[in-house]
Design a protein around this ligand. Structure first.
Ligand code: NAD
Ligand code: TYD
Length: 334
């Protein structure tokens, strides 16, 4: 089997490529990635010498580049996206270009690839918008409220339309917030862990009571692997960690694990359009036999330890990468 992993040099994609190396050692894995600020070749360093592993640098919005890699694959999993909500507040165009148009380019190629068994579009729980009470089922209306989630919702339904219209074997997955190793240190958990290690104040938005449902990245990878075999084309699957935690609670846990004082918390202005809460009903996926295995306390401890042990990975990203510095200055100090 050959599987195309677009966006495979990013956080979840690189963990998924590593999962495949373990769980499906005889598969060929082709990682296709533009290597934006968030994509790092070194995230895949331990896989590069593996037989059957291939890295191709390219843009999913480039039809010619996509036509070189997608035909001949049995599976395609599209992780490639601009993913940071805060960046989407300043540059919605980049999100529409990659997340919507890039997905369209991949779907067009998928339509012309008769051997393709499954195209997995990685969507997000953020497409449901803010959930005041209860949990979102796959049948709920989509109500995205920021340019990132709106772009993802566009791609989510575009992927479905290629199933409904052309019979492309598409499934859509909507995962909750992931955490674990190799997450770019701009998202809240790695930002707060690495700031706390350096005794830098942690910028907590608004009242800190926004709730996210945290999913350990390995549990996400196991769900995706299961869906490669058991997912029904045309279906959408929620993938939630079952760990709804407020941001202030999360922040306190991180500080506790690192033995740092709560005085490091700095309340800052809220994110515009900040969704209050996400919550997923995962009955459909659980019926296939999946449930998350990593308790939040254990996953958070392992994640904090990974960042503590891998300073050589994150420090250059925070200190030497113009992308991080420019975003930080514009967003937090502007
Ligand atoms: P990430 O930002 O860490 O990685 C994104 C990857 O996509 C990077 O390697 C980047 O170089 C690549 N990329 C960006 N634009 C590209 C393009 N035009 N062509 C090819 N490659 C491109 O993101 P992540 O957190 O790993 O998220 C992966 C996917 O999962 C995204 O689709 C995201 O919307 C979705 N998702 C993420 C979360 C989360 O909590 N991180 C939750 C639910 C869904
Ligand atoms: P983030 O990691 O950006 O993921 P998302 O917006 O996709 O859920 O943010 C997670 C939560 O943490 C979200 O409610 C916003 C909050 N947050 C802060 O309070 N401060 C920060 O500096 C960041 C980046 C996020």
């Amino acid at each position: 089997m050959r599987i195309l992993v677009t966006g495979g040099a990013g956080f979840i994609g690189s963990n998924f490529a590593r999962h495949l190396a373990r769980a499906r050692p005889d598969w060929e894995v082709v990682v296709f990635d533009k290597l934006t600020y968030a994509g790092r070749r070194e995230n895949l360093a331990d896989l590069e010498s593996r037989p059957g592993f291939l890295f191709v640098k390219g843009d999913i919005a480039d039809p010619r580049a996509v036509a070189e890699v997608l035909p001949g694959c049995d599976y395609a999993v599209n992780f490639a996206a601009e993913t940071h909500v805060d960046r989407s507040l300043y540059d919605a165009g980049g999100f529409i270009m990659t997340d919507v148009y890039g997905t369209f380019v991949l779907l067009e190629a998928a339509r012309r690839a008769p051997g393709l068994k499954l195209f997995v579009q990685i969507s997000t729980d953020e497409v449901y918008g803010s959930v005041a009470s209860g949990s979102s089922t796959e049948a709920d209306p989509l109500m995205p409220r920021n340019p990132y989630s709106a772009s993802k919702a566009g791609a989510d339904r575009l992927a479905y339309s290629y199933w409904a219209t052309y019979g492309v074997p598409v499934i859509v997955t909507r995962a909750s917030n992931n955490y674990g190793p190799y997450q770019f240190p701009e998202k809240v958990i790695p930002l707060f862990v690495t700031h706390a290690l350096d005794d830098v104040p942690l910028p907590l938005y608004g009242d800190g009571l926004n709730v996210r449902d945290w999913l350990y990245v390995d549990d996400h990878c196991r769900a995706l692997d299961l869906l490669l075999e058991e997912g029904a084309p045309g279906e959408t699957y929620n993938i939630g960690g079952g760990n709804e935690v407020s941001n202030i609670d999360l922040t306190r846990r991180i500080l506790g694990l690192l033995g740092k004082p709560e005085t490091l918390v700095r309340r800052v202005a809220d994110r515009p359009g900040h969704d209050r809460r996400y919550s997923l009903d995962c009955t459909r996926l659980r019926a296939l036999g999946w449930s998350p295995r990593v308790p939040f306390e254990e996953g958070l401890r392992a994640t904090v330890e990974w960042y503590r042990a891998n300073e050589a990975w994150w420090r250059p990203l925070k200190e030497d990468s113009p992308a991080f510095r420019e975003h930080y200055r514009r967003h937090y100090e502007g």
